[in-house]
Ligand binder design. Structure first.
Ligand code: AMP
Length: 193
């Protein structure tokens, strides 16, 4: 069983690629962003605590997201886990390593989706517009102001994980600028090597 981390800034395509891996390989997507949005929408205590932080674009506390992930690791492990948007800090990365060890699981690859900032802004603004055009509402944090903060959070707090996983011999860089299928094929190359 293969367990992977998808690393990359907001809008890099982590969620899209994770969705395809779920479809095609029966893997389990663990997106802390999705879990937090669910908590917010269903009005749980955690949801109330995180709503403002998320809308602003800052990271929620390590304690909260580690707690969410800890719960999910107890369940079914079928096709392996895809960690999507977690870990985002060095403390989360250390905690994930320990949690996996407790479960007798290994982390196999940290796959970095490499993109550039202009693309991210276009993609996220496009994602917001598409949601509205489809009659829905855009994510509260898919706006220019929050995006700036989300990008800064990525570069300050999350991008050190690239070096961290490189040092562990787990890092695999993938060109995130190609089509969805091109990126998918590059990821498949990593998983099937
Ligand atoms: P995402 O859907 O992954 O872009 O996450 C949306 C928002 O949820 C982020 O901007 C953070 O506010 C919060 N969030 C998601 N995952 C984490 C995490 N691992 N650590 C801290 N905050 C997170």
């Amino acid at each position: 069983m293969t367990n992977i981390i998808l690393l990359g800034p907001p809008g890099a395509g982590k969620g899209t690629q994770a969705g395809m891996l779920v479809e095609e390989r029966g893997m389990i997507q663990l997106s802390t962003g999705d879990m937090l949005r669910e908590a917010k929408d269903s009005g749980t205590e955690i949801g109330k605590i995180v709503a403002d932080v998320m809308a602003r674009g800052d990271l929620v506390t390590d304690e909260i997201v580690i707690g969410l992930i800890r719960e999910k690791l107890q369940g079914d492990k079928k096709g392996g886990f895809i960690f999507d948007g977690f870990p985002r800090t060095l403390a989360q990365a250390d905690a994930l390593g320990e949690l996996m060890e407790e479960q007798d699981e290994t982390l196999d690859h940290a796959i970095e989706l490499q993109v550039n900032d202009e693309i991210l802004v276009d993609r996220i603004v496009g994602r917001a517009a598409e949601a509205v055009a489809a009659g829905g509402t855009a994510r509260a944090d898919d706006n220019a102001e929050s995006l700036k903060i989300r990008l800064m959070a990525y570069y300050k707090q999350t991008s050190p994980l690239v070096g961290y996983y490189h040092a562990k011999g787990m890092l695999q860089g993938v060109d995130g600028l190609g089509t969805m299928d091109a990126v998918k094929n590059e990821i498949a190359g990593v998983l099937d090597a």
